[in-house]
Design a protein around this ligand. Structure first.
Ligand SMILES: Cc1cc2nc3c(=O)[nH]c(=O)nc-3n(C[C@H](O)[C@H](O)[C@H](O)COP(=O)(O)OP(=O)(O)OC[C@H]3O[C@@H](n4cnc5c(N)ncnc54)[C@H](O)[C@@H]3O)c2cc1C
Length: 348
């Protein structure tokens, strides 16, 4: 990973967004690649950074892991139901994760805000710093889909966004805790993710309610804790076209964060790496651009059925009584049933 210094403004591939999806695409590309992000690598964390340990290990970022657990505790109706995972999850240090991942790529990095994209025979990417050109453009800029939005203004569905905020506090836990308490938070959940010496406390609204600071304060007060630095953001639960205006779209920009669970890191990495490999084959003239587009489109839309199912479950979940949810959770937490569910879920 090099910082951008020279005058070279023409690249084979430009990737907008240097988080999970963008870094994954870059990790599979050789040659003349530019990675642009408005933040320095790892500086703009939005996520609780909980992901399957095997995924983090596979990309060689295990040194960023903070804590591992194979228990998801679901709190509902003032009861706790434990789900035992076959494949454990971990929390990791976002900055360290991104820096390790970035060091494994050959891309040139520039910190700049992409303000506009134009298209003629090449893409012209306008940033607050200067302009860049490329033949291939990847939008990995998260829910805002900054590149595509510039050419197709209705690409982002702002009415289909979830929103969450989070802070870190000195509290030690052994499991990943999820709380569904409609009296406290009508349309969302809160969580505690263990990170060794501290935990991440968060609240999120499925329907995108942004006034969550007071909720986070009172959630922390239960444990006699106070807010530290807050991070967070939106994610889109609207699955969209993966190739638009000749731009490849990946990660949260395409809506790859799963409804209901809000899990997006695993999927951004999976699709990012697959897209990177496809683009490299295009650059190597192994396949035509059209074939690459078809391959990626098929792949990215492959699980739209499962996605829609989770979307329906998300809506159901918000309408269910706490009694019913507790009963359902108890049934599903049966180790045999949950093993089947976990395997099915991990196949998405
Ligand atoms: C509060 C919260 C907690 C979450 N917790 C989890 C979790 O524990 N586990 C999990 O799997 N998922 C979690 N998610 C979802 C997860 O964060 C997303 O799925 C994931 O971040 C998507 O990765 P991405 O690379 O597609 O986009 P992002 O991580 O959003 O990255 C987009 C990047 O593009 C850059 N960018 C945007 N616009 C521009 C521009 N105009 N110019 C230059 N750069 C730009 C941004 O700075 C950013 O670095 C959570 C989401 C939220 C909101």
């Amino acid at each position: 990973m090099y910082l951008y210094k020279g005058n070279l403004a023409e690249f084979d591939v430009i990737i907008i967004g240097a988080s999970f999806a963008g870094l994954s695409v870059a990790s599979k590309l050789k040659g003349n690649i530019l990675l642009i992000d408005k933040c320095n690598i790892g500086d703009c964390q939005i996520s609780a950074c909980g992901a399957p340990v095997d995924v983090v290990k596979e990309i060689g970022c295990e040194d960023s892991v903070l804590q591992v657990s194979n228990i998801f505790s679901f709190h509902v109706n003032k009861k706790r139901v434990d789900f035992h995972l076959e494949r454990p999850y971990c929390t990791f240090d976002f900055k360290k994760f991104c820096q390790i991942f970035a060091s494994k790529t050959n891309a040139i990095f520039i910190k700049a805000n992409v303000v506009k994209v134009e298209k003629n025979d090449k893409f012209i990417i306008h940033t607050n710093d200067r302009e860049f050109n490329s033949k291939i453009l990847v939008d990995a800029s998260g829910w805002e889909a900054s590149a595509v939005k510039s050419l197709k203004t209705d690409y982002v569905h702002s009415d289909m966004l979830s929103f969450g905020i989070e802070t870190e506090a000195p509290y030690m836990a052994t499991a990943f805790h999820f709380f569904y308490e409609p009296d406290f938070l009508k349309d969302g959940i809160s969580w505690i993710f263990p990170c060794a010496e501290f935990s991440r406390f968060g609240v999120a609204s499925y329907t995108g309610t942004r006034k969550l600071k007071e909720k986070l304060d009172s959630f922390l007060e239960r444990y006699s804790l106070r807010n530290g630095k807050i991070h967070g953001g939106s994610f889109c639960y609207c699955f969209k076209e993966p190739f638009v205006e000749d731009i490849f779209v990946v990660g949260c920009a395409q809506g790859q964060t799963l409804p209901l669970t809000g899990e997006g890191i695993r999927r951004s990495i999976f699709y990012g790496m697959r897209l990177g490999a496809i683009i490299q084959r295009i650059l190597d003239n192994e396949i035509s651009f059209e074939k690459g587009v078809n391959e990626y489109t098929r792949l990215a839309l492959n699980c739209s059925r499962e996605y829609n199912f989770l979307f329906k479950l998300q809506n159901r979940f918000l309408k269910m009584s706490e009694n019913k949810l507790e009963l359902l959770a108890r049934i599903l937490s049966n180790r045999l049933i949950f093993r089947i569910l976990e395997r099915k879920y991990r196949s998405i």
